[in-house]
Design a protein around this ligand. Structure first.
Ligand SMILES: Cc1ncc(COP(=O)(O)O)c(C=O)c1O
Length: 390
């Protein structure tokens, strides 16, 4: 991986150390250029004329997204973010009282809020599978829950927002496929960070955002929908003229493809920008990105484990490029200020983003560092020096 070439694509990088790709990453120049050029053209001839003249470029969105996860273009829908994708998948399921959702302690906060909301409105039940001592999912416990409750839906966040845990979403998928249970994977933090194959996850829905490890623009995302869901007629409850055709007073037909999960209006400048981000990642190769990310992260984890007052809170047999830590005797605010003074970009992950996990860990938040392949080993050493000096 040619880091000089990659850094040339981030012209305003300067001397910062950017470790916030789990928040909102840095777009390559070509992504920004695509967006700007498209917007300029919209100003010139109007959005409708332009979209009609760019059908091929827009169709490439579906090709590139499909390539990224090893699937087909007809299984892809553009969405306005990962949560939009997730909500559309959820509303396509006809929940009845006493239906069961099985999820995990580490699923994303907004997903947990949505489950509580569905519970309130439809009287469903929510169960969470246990974790093993090391933080991995207890798949035997999951099998037990499946046998007991025959869930309508199983939902797993591949990587949570508030720790570097990689959940064994493949093992869960294996069981869901065998039992023919609808399986929804939140891949918001994993797609773009490491190689993710839907064929290995065996999921029915996969929600993804644009702005994080994929390095696309804010306000973009996509949803993967399996052929099984499409063939069985699953469609969002609040469907519009982009996903369905109004046939007569009381009837509409849904589109045959996953585009039935889209709304009619789209920010086309951002669609072509995100397409470019997909293309960029596909060209570098997700396997190469994954390898480079592991090299950087091993260095950062090793560096921080050499600082005795630092505790890293990431669990699991497989960890990724989200490192969460605290330093003994120091408030998060103090660490935050010191990192900011040294031009380090990062996030603070507060309690409300990981209520169950942070309760188990007996903390009220962490500092979250999330390096990506455009970072360097020198930066991994420098940030550790800064943290050691606080
Ligand atoms: C694991 C996870 N899922 C979902 C989301 C929501 O993504 P978006 O803000 O694009 O809807 C996030 C955002 O941080 C996340 O970390």
């Amino acid at each position: 991986m040619n880091i000089d070439y990659i850094r040339e694509d981030i012209p305003y990088y300067g001397n910062k150390i950017f470790l916030n790709s789990a928040g909102s990453s840095l777009m390559p120049s070509s992504v920004v250029e695509k967006i700007n050029n498209y917007l300029q053209k919209e100003q010139e001839i109007g959005g409708y004329y332009l979209a009609d003249s760019r059908l091929e470029e827009i169709a490439d969105f579906y090709q590139q997204a499909a390539k990224l996860i090893g699937e087909n273009p007809h299984n892809i829908a553009f969405t306005h973010d990962a949560t939009d994708a997730y909500i559309k998948a959820l509303t396509s399921i006809d929940f009845k009282p006493d239906d069961v959702i099985i999820t995990t302690d580490d699923d994303y906060a907004s997903n947990q809020i949505q489950f509580i909301s569905i519970k309130k409105r439809f009287g469903i039940q929510v169960f969470r599978m246990k974790n093993l001592e090391n933080g991995d999912l207890d798949t035997a416990d999951f099998e037990r829950l499946v046998e007991m409750y025959h869930p309508k839906l199983v939902a797993v966040s591949h990587v949570p927002t508030n720790s570097g845990l990689v959940q064994n979403a493949e093992a869960v998928g294996e069981i869901c496929q065998r039992e023919e249970i609808i399986y929804l994977v939140d891949a918001c933090q994993s797609v773009g960070q490491f190689d993710v194959r839907v064929s290995e996850l065996k999921c029915d829905f996969l929600s993804v955002t644009g702005r994080k490890f994929l390095r696309g623009p804010r306000g973009t995302g996509f949803l993967y929908v399996s052929d099984r869901m499409l063939n069985e007629g699953y469609a969002p409850l609040m469907i519009d003229g982009g996903g369905a055709i109004w046939k007569d007073e009381n009837h509409y037909d849904v589109l045959p493809t996953a585009q039935r999960f889209e709304t009619w209006e789209k920010p086309y400048a951002l669609v072509v920008g995100l397409t470019e981000a997909f293309r960029y990642a596909n060209e570098l190769g997700m396997k190469n990105i994954e390898t480079q990310n592991q090299i950087l992260m091993n260095r950062l984890r090793d560096n921080l484990s050499n600082i005795s007052e630092v505790t890293q809170y990431d669990q699991g047999s497989k960890k990724c490029n989200i490192l969460t830590f605290r330093k003994e005797g120091l408030s998060l605010q103090t660490i935050k200020e010191k990192l900011e003074q040294n031009n380090v970009f990062f996030s603070v992950s507060n309690r409300e983003w990981g209520v169950i996990d942070y309760k188990k860990k007996e903390i009220d938040g962490t500092i979250r560092l999330s390096p990506h392949y455009f970072n360097t080993l020198v930066e991994m050493d420098r940030v550790a020096e800064i943290i050691a000096d606080i």
